[in-house]
Design a protein around this ligand. Structure first.
Ligand SMILES: *Cc1c(COP(=O)(O)O)cnc(C)c1O
Ligand code: SF4
Length: 388
């Protein structure tokens, strides 16, 4: 496991970052605006990073104009270049298979989010929860993103005030909604003034019990977690923050210190991980990730099966792989560190939990369980007395 502050240093993984920004000061490196402005996104730099000849690079031109790429210097600095299977590189640098490899059943919008969108920018699938997509902008464009359609062939844009007002009006007029999830794109990239307006607007609605923020900022640009941002979030509690660590190599000093600030502001952090072929599809990797998350008080929430989204097929594993990993997690981790393995069903069927069950059989009198050590235990469980 690599614990690094993600800044240019003598660590060999940082050679490229040092070569690309030889004069960057520590202060600039730790400034999120510097990180954001210096995101790497050009086809020319991609050629240098991947060591491609001009001929081979031309094959990437179509790909990068369809699915853009942008990586913060920080996230780029986590790549261990000598490793051909580096999990960081696979998540942030384009791969030709995004446009060439297709498995049956993939779709731009397999979860039918557009069909469940009563007003632009809001997805209402479950009665009690609404999801707001505030922006299509992210600090880093994850190659496995399941909302790739939102940034495919498009520039970065954020909802305007009029659209936001329609969203707030919809939530106000829909009293069954009790939780609002602000997701993305990354909501922590909008201006603090606008973010506060949104949080204030939503939290002032009497039937809203909780706001959840979905963000990958602590993982890809942790410098954005400033004291000012934490004070703002703290004022609008109850807020839950859900982030997206996929691999232990992402748990750096900088990421931990960002999460620590959020926790100290009184905002609990949970994490979802996407099961990705070649990145984290081994029980050992997910187990180390969950342990590291728990050590830093981040609650593993979901292990997502990789959705059948066009442009991400090369990341998909079979569902059996997830079950196999869950079996190992359940036998080797305390309950607080075990995420739920979840498959988001096509056509807007919602999330389905796939948890290996220890219940072997059951009838009116007897349940048979498999123990964590592999034995069977018969449990006499007759019905209690009639309550009349
Ligand atoms: C995942 C999701 C939610 C939240 O579901 P939880 O199981 O509460 O995490 C809400 N709305 C939509 C559209 C979603 O995709
Ligand atoms: S941060 Fe989330 S929304 Fe943004 S590209 Fe990554 S997975 Fe997609």
């Amino acid at each position: 496991m690599r614990f690094t502050s993600g800044r240019p240093s003598s660590d060999r993984g940082h050679d490229i970052a040092r070569a690309m920004w030889p004069d960057v000061t520590q202060k600039d490196w730790n400034d999120w605006q510097w990180q954001f402005v210096n995101r790497v996104s050009s086809i020319k730099t991609l050629g240098i990073l991947l060591g491609l000849s001009a001929d081979r690079l031309s094959a990437y031109e179509g790909l990068v104009s369809t699915y853009k790429y942008a990586v913060t210097p920080y996230y780029l600095s986590l790549i261990n270049w000598p490793d051909p299977h580096d999990p960081i590189k696979k998540q942030c640098l384009p791969d030709l298979r995004e446009t060439t490899f297709r498995l049956p059943g993939s779709d731009e919008d397999p979860l039918a989010e557009e069909r469940h969108s009563p007003v632009p920018g809001l997805i209402h699938r479950y009665p009690d929860r609404a999801l707001v997509v505030l922006t299509n902008m992210c600090a880093m464009y994850c190659r496995h993103c399941n909302r790739k359609r939102n940034w495919k062939n498009q520039g970065e844009r954020t909802l305007g005030r009029a659209a936001l007002n329609r969203i707030i009006a919809y939530i106000k007029n829909t009293p069954v909604i009790r939780e609002v999830i602000i997701s993305g794109g990354d909501p922590l990239l909008v201006s603090l003034g606008f973010l506060d307006e949104i949080l204030w607007g939503i939290s002032a609605i009497p039937h809203i019990d909780a706001i959840r923020i979905g963000t990958r900022i602590p993982v890809v640009m942790p410098m954005r977690i400033t004291d000012e941002l934490c004070r703002l979030l703290s004022r609008r509690r109850p807020i839950w923050l859900n982030t997206h660590f996929n691999h232990p190599a992402e748990i750096t000093d900088a990421a931990i210190s960002a999460c620590d600030k959020i926790l100290k502001a009184g905002i609990p952090i949970s994490n979802h991980t996407v099961l990705l072929k070649g990145v984290n599809d081994s029980a050992h990797t997910i187990l180390s990730l969950c342990r590291a998350l728990q050590r830093h008080m981040i609650r593993p929430y979901y292990l997502f099966h990789c959705d059948a989204v066009t442009g991400t097929d090369h990341f998909r594993t079979g569902i059996q792989k997830g079950i196999e990993i869950m079996n190992v997690l359940q036998g080797n981790l305390g309950g607080l560190a075990v995420p739920d393995y979840v498959v988001d069903l096509p056509s807007g069927g919602g999330k389905a939990r796939v948890m290996p069950s220890q219940l072997v059989s059951i009838d009116d009198n007897m349940a048979v369980f498999k123990t964590f050590e592999g034995g069977d235990i018969h449990y006499l469980a007759p019905n209690g007395a009639d309550s009349r």
